[in-house]
Design a protein around this ligand. Structure first.
Ligand code: ADP
Ligand code: MG
Ligand code: MG
Length: 892
């Protein structure tokens, strides 16, 4: 018989942390904590297999599930010492979802299940606090009805507001037991009016309703969006956790809180979190009351009247510190925990690997390795390579003047600037049209995720460091300021006021998520520091990686950035990127439109010194590291003059007839330039261009060698080759130019020659081409275009839909299509090595900076990857992880 249900209670449990796939993250960790003997309220987990069964069988449950749930409920009753409907002390439970990967706030939890018109009286009697009992009951009706019966939350909230207004109250705490009893009556009426059923009184019916709702919520909109954003497969399903309630809202000696074993924003080793006295569950993260700090140090560090848990409940605090420490050592990772104190007794309700900023992830990994908690290899695997991106981006220049409007909580680090928007849909629309926006909300909820994703940064008026906005922003790596209490937001007027100033939609602000500042206008930003833990972890990564990492760069500033980020050379310098600058374009057009070789030479003579300068800078900056220079590649078509005045300028420079020139331009225009007169074809047809470029390269290398004292490592690369004869043609011309330069200067330039492999035929014929080449560089962008027959620039209208509908698992221009394009690359490598064993093999497409692609290139034994300068650190870390045979562990 299949086991669908796993029980746990302090000191005893049927599950463990290793069973996360079956029990979900929350269930597996509850089981683990219970097994460790930590104070966990008794409960059980219904497996993710039941979720799969539920969706495969028309929303029905396995036949023997009911009996197993009954048995597990009886077990809770035995441990807790009471049962559903107990006349003296009724058992209440929570019903919580828990997927394999953490999906915070994505699915709804029902608390206080088991309350009804009788048990509320019993609870009132047992606790000696009628107000508490009726507050629990009305919360339960509200939660259950919105999650299970589909009654909208705000209807209850509005009824409550009316009740408060009628009584002249402003705070929930002013409501008496009788008030809550009255509210409960009203709430039941709301349920009947809106759901067409009366509120279920039978706890068993309540339980099954909630279980069904949790499984159903796996397919709700929020959950689907979250899964899409985080690549969580739909097939995983969620588990359901049922657990005896403990009450943080029972009295002044009760509390509830959340904590991290280290600071998830900075990584500093300090207990970090918040709690609320006399409160239940989500009160801490809901942002309705301002939570208090856990520790005395944190309490003193922030302004205002605060009572830390350490001061308020020293014994509980000491026990909690021990539990937290034990959990971190046990899991060997920073933990994110939920706890509740009921009448002075500590209960643990959840633990999981804490979400962290990139900065914190780095510090945690390095610190934990230094503390001996994990190995250096584990440290390397702990940091998600793409998250490094967050660290490579700007922060506010410390010398910049800040016109600070308000200081909130520094909820997620980094700085962002943009136009104010107040709703997530608008954030999405504006961002899609290329505008930078800051999403400003009173507080955020899971429905806002798409807008948060689109925004540069997030600002909320309410909420603490663990509010929804803060947690989600940190996960996304977006700057975020929460709890900017002085901000008065008016959604209707689309404006906010603060310190007597009014800002409307579209006004510009900057937020500093590291300091909590909200600043008027745009503030000067600065480049990131690449020292400290960043440098340490990168050093460790460099020690283990096999793949070399180069950068694609042609401007001096990109080349310098590349070196700062640790590039080991330039893997692709696109010579023509400088052709559009200033006066150059006229000379380029002159060259293209010339009638004969002589005319081309005249124009090329003007370009020679410019190209030489460009290359000299690159060689100097790279000081002896390899520099791969690609010969002219783009279709001539791209350089043709478009307007009459452009044509006239070229005619003047050439002393030519504009009419004749226009005719020539028409001849050269193409229907499909991508497959037209471009790449090595230009060199074959107009070898003068190749001669000029080769000369510029050699002369630049000689000059740079003199100025830096390091011999330039020249690599000349022919683009778009499909046959050996093309490369041989280029090779002969380059060799002749080298000889000529030697005659003129007395210096023999040393160089390597190679080709890009970016056409399927080139990959197939790699074995034949290889003997003519010192190196191959796989141009995976063009190879993807030519293999899939998709022009990247024209793919916008369908590629997104392809990914959405699952035709393609992901955008093949972002992560290499391993089965198709990847197979060509692998085959090309294999044949190249067979044709020339010492050939150097690299990749220079965007894929060189994509961790999944890098892992693939490691697997097929490539020698190096080359990517844009900002992705170099990502590639270095990804290459190290690939060498270790792993990828970043989920921190969920
Ligand atoms: P989430 O995934 O959003 O964190 P949880 O299932 O962890 O949702 O629960 C929501 C809130 O209810 C949390 O604050 C949690 O601590 C609290 N909670 C859950 N189960 C219990 C329980 N048995 N007793 C008291 N509080 C609980
Ligand atoms: Mg939780
Ligand atoms: Mg190309």
């Amino acid at each position: 018989m299949t086991k669908w249900v796993y029980s746990f209670s302090a000191g005893r449990s049927e599950g463990s942390a290793a069973m996360r796939e079956l029990l979900g993250g929350k269930g597996a960790n509850l089981a683990e904590m219970a097994a460790l003997g930590l104070p966990v309220p008794p409960g059980f987990t219904i497996t993710t297999d039941v979720c799969a069964f539920f969706y495969a069988n028309g929303h029905s449950f396995p036949p023997n599930l009911e009996a197993q749930v009954d048995a597990a409920m009886a077990e809770i009753g035995r441990v807790a010492g009471h049962a559903f409907n107990d006349a003296k002390w009724p058992l209440l439970v929570s019903v919580r979802s828990g997927a394999r990967a953490s999906m915070p706030g994505m699915m709804d939890t029902v608390l206080n299940l088991g309350l009804n018109d009788q048990t509320v009286e019993a609870l009132s009697h047992y606790s000696g606090d009628a107000r508490f009992a009726w507050d629990c009951y009305r919360r339960f009706i509200e939660m259950y009805s919105s999650v299970v019966l589909g009654v909208e939350h705000h209807i209850f909230e509005e009824a409550l507001d009316e009740l408060k207004e009628a009584k002249g109250y402003t705070l929930d705490t002013q409501l008496s037991a009788d008030d809550w009893r009255a509210a409960t009556g009203q709430f039941k009426g709301i349920v009947e009016a809106n759901a067409g059923v009366s509120f279920p009184q039978d706890p068993r019916a309540q339980l099954w309703g909630a279980i069904r709702a949790v499984f159903s919520s796996w397919m709700n909109h929020r959950a689907i969006v979250y899964r899409h954003l985080h690549n969580i497969p739909e097939s995983w399903g969620t588990a359901v956790n049922v657990q005896a309630m403990v009450f943080g809202n029972m009295d002044a000696n009760s509390a509830t809180g959340v904590a991290f074993t280290r600071n998830p924003s900075t990584g500093v080793k300090e207990l970090y979190g918040e709690y609320l006295m006399n409160a239940q569950g989500e009160d801490v993260v809901a942002g309705l009351r301002t939570p208090q700090p856990l520790t005395e140090i944190a309490s003193r560090a922030s302004p205002g009247e605060k009572i830390s848990l350490e001061a308020a409940m020293p014994k509980v605090f000491a026990e909690f510190v021990q539990v937290a420490d034990r959990l971190e050592r046990h899991y060997r990772d920073m933990q994110d925990m939920e706890f509740t104190v009921e009448r002075g007794k500590l209960w643990m309700l959840q633990t999981r690997g804490g979400k962290r900023t990139a900065r914190a992830a780095l510090k945690l990994a390095v610190d934990m390795a230094n503390e001996g908690l994990i190995t250096r290899e584990e440290a390397i695997l702990r940091v998600e390579p793409t998250s490094l991106d967050q660290l490579l981006h700007p922060t506010i220049d410390p010398s910049a003047r800040r016109d600070i409007l308000v200081t909130g909580l520094p909820a997620s680090p980094g700085a962002a600037f943009g136009e104010i928007v107040f709703n997530p849909e608008e954030a999405e629309t504006l961002a899609a049209s290329g505008r930078k926006v800051i999403l400003v909300r009173t507080e955020t909820s899971p429905e806002d995720i798409h807008g948060m994703h689109a925004a540069e940064g997030i600002l909320t008026a309410r909420g603490g460091m663990t509010s929804h906005a803060a947690v989600v922003a940190r996960g996304m790596g977006k700057p975020c300021v929460t709890g900017a209490g002085a901000l008065r937001i008016d959604y209707d007027e689309q404006c906010f006021t603060v310190a007597g100033r009014r800002f409307v939609k579209g006004d510009r602000i900057t937020i500093d998520g590291s300091a909590g500042h909200v600043i008027a206008g745009e503030v000067k930003m600065q480049r990131p520091e690449l020292t400290g833990e960043f440098a340490v972890l990168m050093g460790w990564a460099d020690d283990v990686r096999r793949l070399k990492v180069r950068a694609n760069a042609e401007t001096p500033s990109d080349a310098r950035a590349a070196r700062r980020f640790g590039a080991e050379g330039i893997g692709l310098a696109r010579t023509e990127h400088m052709f559009f600058e200033g006066e150059r374009i006229v000379a380029v057009r002159e060259m293209i439109l010339a009638d004969d070789a002589e005319g081309r030479r005249t124009a090329l003579a003007k370009l020679l010194p410019m190209q030489r300068e460009d290359f000299k800078h690159l060689f100097e900056i790279m000081a002896g590291l390899p520099v791969t220079i690609r010969l002219l590649d783009p279709p001539l078509h791209e350089f043709l003059p478009h307007t009459d005045s452009e044509l006239a300028a070229v005619a003047r420079a050439m002393g030519a007839d504009p009419v004749k020139l226009r005719r020539r331009a028409l001849q050269l225009s193409e229907f499909n330039p991508m497959l037209g007169f471009r790449g090595v074809r230009l060199a074959v047809v107009f070898p003068e261009i190749l001669d000029m470029q080769a000369r510029a390269i050699f002369e630049a290398a000689i000059e740079a060698g003199l100025s830096t004292g390091a011999a330039a490592q020249i690599e000349i690369m022919a683009p778009l080759v499909f046959a050996r004869a093309e490369l041989d043609f280029v090779k002969a011309r380059v060799e002749a130019m080298a000889a000529l330069v030697e005659d003129e200067t007395g210096v023999r330039p040393a160089y390597h020659i190679g080709t890009m492999i970016e056409l399927p035929r080139a990959a197939l014929r790699a074995g034949e081409i290889a003997p003519s080449a010192n190196f191959f560089s796989f141009g995976t962008n063009d190879l993807t275009q030519t293999t899939l027959g998709i022009s990247r620039d024209d793919s916008g209208s369908f590629l997104g839909v392809y990914v959405e509908k699952g035709v393609l698992p992901q955008d093949p221009f972002v992560s290499i299509d391993q089965e198709g394009v990847g197979e060509l690359v692998a085959l090309g490598c294999q044949r190249a090595r067979a044709g020339r064993p010492d050939i150097v093999l690299g990749v220079c497409g965007e894929h060189g900076g994509d961790p999944a692609s890098v892992a693939f290139f490691e697997k097929i034994g490539m020698d190096y990857v080359s990517c844009s300068p900002f992705r170099v650190p990502i590639a270095r870390l990804a290459a190290a992880q690939a060498a270790l045979g792993g990828t970043a562990e989920g921190t969920a």
